[in-house]
Structure formats: structure tokens, C-alpha cells
Design a protein around this ligand. Structure first.
Ligand SMILES: [Zn+2]
Length: 88
């Protein structure tokens, strides 16, 4: 509940601020979007707090493996694999 609305908000936010896309990860398999784990606490110049705040509001952190898969898709594809390695 509410997730769909959040996703629309996030997409329209990214459409308005395409520069923020550099802090967005998208899974190549399921298309899920989320913030990159390495996103700094503050991003942007004019409103440093605002940018990161809204991204975190619209998107959950999403780590991708080196194949561009989110944790869920990686687990589904390769059940034996250990969790995502920290170096990507
Ligand atoms: Zn996925």
C-alpha cells in the first residue's frame, strides 16, 4: 500500500531533476530503483539537504552486484551465492 504512489513521485522527481539520476541504481532484471549505497549524506549545490532527503523519501537504498542485479534477483538467480560483496 502506498508504494505505487511513492514510485510515481520518485519518477516525476527524477524527471524534474535528471542530475539526481547519478545517485539512482536500477536493477537490470526487475527494474527496481533505489538510491546508491554510496550516495553521500548531502548532494547537490543549491539545496544540499533537500536533494538527498527527497531521494531517500522516494527510494529505498538499493545495492546492485556487478551484473547490475539487485539482491533479490541475484538470490533468485543464484541461490548458493553469498550476499553482495562490498567492492563493486
Ligand atoms: Zn531486481
Amino acid at each position: 500500500m502506498g508504494t505505487h504512489q511513492m514510485r510515481i513521485g520518485g519518477d516525476s522527481y527524477l524527471a524534474s531533476f535528471p542530475k539526481r539520476l547519478r545517485w539512482i541504481n536500477q536493477c537490470t532484471a526487475c527494474g527496481r530503483k533505489g538510491t546508491k549505497p554510496e550516495m553521500p549524506k548531502h548532494i547537490g549545490h543549491s539545496n544540499p539537504n533537500f536533494g538527498a532527503y527527497l531521494l531517500r523519501k522516494y527510494f529505498e537504498p538499493l545495492a546492485l552486484n556487478r551484473d547490475g542485479l539487485c539482491e533479490q534477483c541475484e538470490a533468485a538467480r543464484n541461490p548458493q551465492a553469498p550476499s553482495i560483496s562490498p567492492h563493486s
